[in-house]
Design a protein around this ligand. Structure first.
Ligand code: ADP
Length: 395
């Protein structure tokens, strides 16, 4: 039986990314609401005005027209950032689910409303086709309370839902599953630390296929150093700055867009530029790289303690998959945990980069969130009899 046609939709506030499986044709519409641009992997690059997500999706479906598989589109999978505590796995979308995603916009005001635009556009244009929501938070929804509670008054958790949710879950789930395959061992028997290092960066402690702790928190701002986000910070700093007269919007801008690699280096949010600057002798760029690697190292140590052991560390994301130096720098001090790299294999970005005989393996696993969403969508829509996915196992 041929694989069913599944459309994966990732709607941002002014962009729409669509990928059609199994072929993998991708279309991006950016700057929706202004002078938009439509770029497709099959050689289209158009400038035009696109008013809203509805129109963007209609255009995308037109452009994909000739390329649809024989059975047409059998399901649509939507990336949704926040599923709160409601969803620990993908879910078929109906009006009630749509209402909950809308209600959760309070927790993810930058993301869920945009994701909803995509859902509404697709439900409107493809009313007969099952639609599935796949949540970034789902993989972490089963974390124990010792990991998800902040040390705040309990009523803020109970009444305001302030807790650690975690993000990048689809990626952490996908690379965990791939790691088990690469290690030739069942996922249920493994203790993994997965490191998703891109513009956003997060770590997860994955024990027996479940996320038991993760570095992003109530928002995707916590934890590791990122391209433009600070990661871990003493909340007292925020009070100090606010009392000093900084507005909430200014503080938001600093923490989300002017911090991280960019803020420390003063050069760029892009790892390659920061490395280049450090090599050219800029001390602040060197400091940014040090902080980046140090945060990774201490998180791996903390998660080994959280899980009571460690079988493998898994690198993914643009930096994790490509930057041998950061991998070497972040693992350098972890020999005491049994982590040692094979320098040559690390330089080649091999899948297995741990040294021969080291107690803990180190893997490089390219992430594929869209593939994971497509698989989860096909399964949730009842189209594919596939082996259980990591998102399933996280229940
Ligand atoms: P996003 O989180 O936006 O999806 P990516 O996962 O693509 O981002 O990661 C972007 C980061 O990956 C940037 O900091 C970029 O410098 C880094 N990166 C991409 N390719 C390389 C490379 N060959 N060497 C080092 N860093 C790289």
């Amino acid at each position: 039986m041929p694989e069913p046609g599944v459309l994966v939709v990732n709607a941002g506030s002014s962009s729409l990314k669509v990928k059609l499986f199994p072929a993998g044709d991708a279309v991006l519409v950016e700057r929706i609401g202004g002078d938009s641009r439509l770029v497709a992997s099959f050689g289209i690059d158009e400038e035009r005005r696109v008013a809203h997500h509805d129109e963007a999706l209609r255009l995308v479906l037109e452009r994909l027209g000739q390329r649809l598989p024989a059975g047409g589109i059998r399901a649509v999978g939507h990336r949704v950032v926040h599923g709160g505590v409601h969803y620990s796995r993908p879910v078929a979308i109906d009006d009630a689910v749509e209402a909950i995603i809308e209600e959760l916009s309070a927790l993810a005001p930058l993301h869920n409303p945009a994701n909803l635009e995509g859902i509404r556009a697709a439900r409107g244009l493809l009313p007969e086709v099952p639609q599935v929501a796949v949540f970034d938070t789902a993989f972490h929804a089963g974390m124990p309370r010792r990991a998800f509670l902040f040390g705040l008054p309990m009523r803020l958790y109970r009444e305001e839902r302030v807790r650690r949710y975690g993000f990048h879950g689809t990626s952490h789930a996908y690379v965990s599953r791939r790691a088990a395959t690469l290690l030739g061992r069942p996922l249920e028997a493994l203790k993994l630390v997965t490191l998703h290092l891109g513009n956003g960066a997060s770590a997860a402690a994955v024990a027996g296929g479940r996320s038991v702790d993760t570095s992003m928190g109530f928002t995707p701002m916590d934890g590791l150093l990122m391209g433009t986000r600070s990661g871990d910070i003493d909340p007292g700093v925020l009070l100090h700055l606010l009392r000093g007269g900084l507005s909430v919007d200014d503080l938001d801008r600093i923490l989300n867009r002017e911090s991280g690699l960019l803020g420390l280096s003063g050069v760029s949010n892009d790892m390659r530029d920061v490395r280049h600057a450090a090599e050219a002798g800029q001390p602040d760029a060197a400091a940014a790289l040090e902080v980046f690697a140090y945060r990774i190292a201490k998180t791996v140590g903390a998660y080994a303690a959280a899980m009571g052991g460690l079988d493998a560390v898994v690198f993914t994301g643009g930096i994790g998959e490509n930057d041998a130096r950061i991998r070497a720098e972040s693992m350098a001090g972890l020999g005491f945990l049994g982590l040692r790299l094979d320098d040559e294999r690390n330089r080649r970005n091999d899948a297995h980069i741990g040294a021969e005989g080291a107690a803990v393996e180190v893997l490089v696993v390219p992430t594929d969130e869209e593939r994971m969403i497509a698989d989860a969508t096909a399964e949730t829509a009842g189209l594919a009899a596939r082996p259980p996915r990591a998102t399933e196992e996280a229940r």
